[in-house]
Design a protein around this ligand. Structure first.
Ligand code: GLN
Length: 471
């Protein structure tokens, strides 16, 4: 298995104990041997070419920050000359003519991308089961979900096939799988990372972010992919700080929501773990400050009204003409659209397009969309006010550990409740991360989530480092 820190890999490279070519060969072999379904496709040719190029740069001293980092990318990020499908049949066989900014920045920093990892279709889901490429398995227990929607990238890192990966997080799709797979994951501040080349789900929520096996690598990859981009006007012009050089106060004030840690959905194992952790934190001299979260039950409805609205608009471009699968036969235009979209999209995506179209419809727009926008502002303002009086907000990332694959849901909203703790951050636009917190009696991992102020990722990582040093 792979080292947890790129630092150690780079030491080995410098000492001549290994080469990028060897690292890539080993990673590809692990991917081939794995039956987790963590990859939709491997890119052996471009990966080997990159490895050779980076080895040459290492030899002449021009290698970039991520030299030697073997990575995979989520199947909803485009990479020039390679296929990306958002794990949907409607984009089957789509080859991108350009690379996402985040992907290009990885390559420019000499990371090596060995393949694309599957996800829920168009990043809509919490279990990776809506993927057109089949479910991905959890590396800790293959009968369980790795989480979603970035299940493939999380599983690939959790299994030690790759050192790090890129996912996207709209409502928790990086943090929840990170928690389920026992690894690190972060959703940066909205606007920290360019969304150019991320196949859009809900544009005012989507952010690209990394999975890693150590905090160090998490911060490093976040740093490399961050920063202004002429291709994305919502991307911040703020300078990118050294993501590993943040500082945490010696005695921290950590906010938490009693409504969250006492929520009915929280499993007994996590409830107990949280109670014990609270004691650990206070014993170490940190202050745990209860904050009020009067809107907890509104978070998931706000999220699903706004994201489905945005999705219905974003996904209108897949009509079989401009993009995507086209139905066979000589059909009149309207029928061609209908048939192409009916064949190409899966059930969950169709459900969300219909929901989004409904909340945007003339008769209901004010009752749902406008109201949810107003509620979003209330939650954002409250979240920022909460953050102004603490160093960070902390709590469980998910209500429970990874659940069984293949569970039947009579009501899709059951699965929507999985996101109850993770949607606050994207509603408010703030950064958040999940770090490994321990395992339950069956050895299944769970994570603690840290939410921080906008553009305060270095401090968030520093707090995580301080917390990690405690256990
Ligand atoms: N599970 C959430 C959803 O289904 C989050 C997905 C995401 O963050 N992309 O929308």
């Amino acid at each position: 298995v792979i080292a947890n820190r790129l630092h150690d890999v780079q030491d080995a490279l410098r000492a001549g104990e290994t080469t990028c070519v060897k690292l890539v060969e080993e990673a590809l072999a692990r991917a081939e041997a794995s039956d987790l379904n963590a990859f939709v496709e491997l890119f052996p040719e471009s990966a080997m070419a990159q490895a050779q190029a980076v080895d040459a740069k290492l030899a002449n001293g021009t290698a970039g920050l991520l030299a030697g980092m073997v990575m995979s990318i989520k199947d909803n990020l485009v990479y020039a000359g390679h296929q990306s499908s958002a794990s949907s049949n409607i984009l089957k066989d789509f080859t991108s003519p350009y690379s996402a900014t985040a992907v290009q920045r990885l390559i420019d920093a000499d990371a090596i991308i060995i393949g694309r990892s599957g996800c829920d279709e168009f990043a809509m889901g919490s279990s990776n089961e809506t993927s057109a490429h089949g479910p991905v398995k959890n590396p800790v227990d293959p009968t369980k979900t790795p989480g979603g929607s970035s299940g493939g990238p999380a599983s690939a890192v959790g299994a030690g096939i790759v050192q790090a990966s890129l996912g996207t997080d709209t409502g928790g799709s990086i943090r929840q799988p990170a928690a389920f797979c026992g690894i690190y994951g972060t959703k940066p501040t909205y606007g920290r990372v360019s969304r150019y080349g991320a196949i859009a789900y809900a544009s005012s929520f989507d952010q690209i972010g990394p999975f890693a096996r150590s905090l160090d690598d998490l911060a490093l990859v976040t740093q490399v992919i961050s920063g202004a981009d002429a291709h994305d006007s919502t991307c911040s012009e703020l300078e990118v700080p050294d993501m590993r050089a943040g500082e945490a106060p010696e005695r921290m004030t950590l906010g938490y929501y009693p409504e969250v840690v006492e929520h009915d959905a929280l499993s007994p194992a996590l409830r107990d773990a949280w109670a014990a952790y609270k004691t650990t934190l206070t014993d170490a001299g940190h202050e745990l400050r209860p904050l009020a979260m009067p809107h907890l039950d509104a978070l998931v409805p706000i999220y699903y009204i706004l994201t489905t609205a945005e999705a219905s608009s974003n996904l209108s471009r897949y009509d079989g003409m401009r993009y995507g699968h086209r139905a066979e036969g000589d059909l009149p235009l309207e029928d061609l659209y209908k048939q192409s979209r009916s064949e190409g999209f899966g059930t969950e995506v169709k459900r969300r397009i219909m929901l989004g179209t409904f909340v945007l419809s003339a008769g209901y727009f004010d009752a749902y969309y406008t109201k949810a926008q107003k509620a979003r502002r209330v939650v954002r303002d409250q979240t920022l006010a909460d953050l102004s009086q603490v160093d960070a907000i902390i709590g469980p990332t998910t209500p429970h550990v990874a659940f069984d694959l293949g569970k039947e849901y009579s009501d899709p909203t059951t699965l929507y409740l999985e996101d109850i703790f993770t949607v606050q951050a994207p509603i408010a636009g703030i950064p958040a991360m999940s770090f490994p917190a321990g395992t339950d009696d069956n050895g299944m991992p769970f994570g603690w989530q840290i939410m921080s102020n906008r553009f305060d990722e270095p401090k968030m990582f520093a707090i995580a480092r301080a917390l990690e040093a405690l256990s």
